[in-house]
Design a protein around this ligand. Structure first.
Ligand SMILES: NC(=O)C1=CN([C@@H]2O[C@H](COP(=O)(O)OP(=O)(O)OC[C@H]3O[C@@H](n4cnc5c(N)ncnc54)[C@H](O)[C@@H]3O)[C@@H](O)[C@H]2O)C=CC1
Ligand SMILES: O=C(CO)COP(=O)(O)O
Length: 332
């Protein structure tokens, strides 16, 4: 039986995932949903996504690219969700839970559904009755731009059903993608959400003129905040130095390709949130995640001074210089 895999979303990461799946040799049929009908026509005519990773050649059949979500979902056994988290609820609003019955749903999103302050696995479970054993998460330090360049990258596939994680990871691995499996679906999701916030913090500090010496202190403190939070939310044995946790924090905080760092840098340089968002054609999940995580942490009470500083800048109109100056007194 040929495995049928759908990718939902038309941005950089969705385009990179289409490339990874296409460059993997196991037999499969790939479907692709995106909302932008002009981009779909362009892909059908010229085999490239016009707005995101436009150098990547798209080799899937034209008839498998569509803006009809029902058509794409009904054709697939594996559904990879990859719209930014802020748009997930509206994207899936016409879909009924029965349509996802028995299907394996994989989140490649690193963000929280803002309407519910939920990670994607919980959102799918509570709103679409998808059992946790049918849910996987794709994470790990990996920028879409480097996938386009076929630079060696490692992805972690996390799921409560480790066998399913192994089966799915065999669809993604190829000559430049190595896959690791994990059963820590909640810790992996929360760590991926949090690292975006710390990359925003890193960008803000860079924009304010702090140097590499301070960045190293900031990121050392950030990984401790991540560890304390994920241990509080989902206390299992985990090594926070694994690439899905520490690795993803490092690449997002330091890479030239990071959307979150770029967004933070603009805030540090004095842009308003609105103008920084307008300047980017891409989505910095850390902006939305800061709000959700700040609310969630009211229940857990974990000491997270970096999260609080970023929240005060993005949502309480605090002046970045002042918030970061106060933060520097709390780091060690
Ligand atoms: N880009 C990357 O290297 C990686 C991204 N991710 C995650 O993948 C997810 C998707 O991000 P990217 O592909 O980077 O997005 P992107 O920033 O490249 O593109 C933005 C996407 O959002 C869509 N969009 C914008 N406004 C919308 C609206 N009102 N309704 C619906 N869709 C809208 C655009 O059509 C586009 O598909 C995020 O959760 C991100 O954290 C995860 C790993 C790597
Ligand atoms: O998750 C990512 C890299 O692993 C992408 O991070 P950015 O969204 O900040 O580019």
């Amino acid at each position: 039986m040929t495995n049928k895999i759908a990718v939902i979303g038309g941005g950089s990461w969705a385009t990179a995932i289409i490339k990874m799946l296409s460059d993997n040799t196991s037999p499969k049929e790939i479907f692709w949903w995106m909302r932008d009908t002009e981009a779909i026509s362009y892909i059908k005519n010229f085999k490239h996504n016009p707005k995101y990773l436009s150098a990547v050649e798209i080799s899937i059949p034209s008839s498998n690219v569509s803006a009809d979500l029902n058509f794409i979902v009904d054709h697939a056994d594996y559904i990879i969700l990859n719209v930014p988290a802020a748009f997930l609820r509206s994207t899936l609003s016409d879909l009924k839970p029965e349509q996802l019955k028995g299907k394996k749903i994989i989140s490649a999103i690193k963000g929280m559904v803002p309407e519910y302050n939920q990670i994607i696995a919980t959102f799918l479970n509570e709103n679409f009755d998808v059992p946790y054993h049918n849910i996987l998460v794709i994470s790990g330090p990996c920028h879409a731009e480097e996938v386009a360049l076929e630079k060696l990258s490692y992805l972690t596939i996390a799921g409560t059903d480790k066998k399913l994680a192994a089966v799915f990871s065999d669809f993604l691995s190829n000559r430049y993608i190595k896959t690791i499996t994990s059963d820590d679906i909640f810790g992996t999701e929360y760590a991926a959400v949090l690292k975006n916030i710390y990359a925003v913090a890193s960008g803000i500090c860079h924009g304010l003129g702090y140097g590499d010496n301070f960045q190293a202190v900031l990121i050392s403190n950030a990984i401790r905040e991540i560890k304390d939070f994920v241990d509080a939310v989902h206390p299992i044995e985990r090594d926070i130095k694994e690439s899905a946790y520490l690795g993803d924090l490092l690449v997002t905080a330091y890479s030239q390709f990071s959307r979150n760092r770029t967004f933070g840098n603009m805030i540090g340089k004095g842009y308003t949130v609105k103008s920084a968002q307008l300047e980017m054609n891409m989505i910095a999940e850390g902006y939305y995640a800061t709000h959700s995580m700040y609310q969630i942490n009211k229940n857990f009470g974990v000491n997270m001074p970096i999260l609080s500083a970023v929240y005060s800048i993005l949502y309480e109109k605090e002046i970045p210089q002042q918030s970061i100056k106060l933060l520097t007194e709390k780091l060690s």
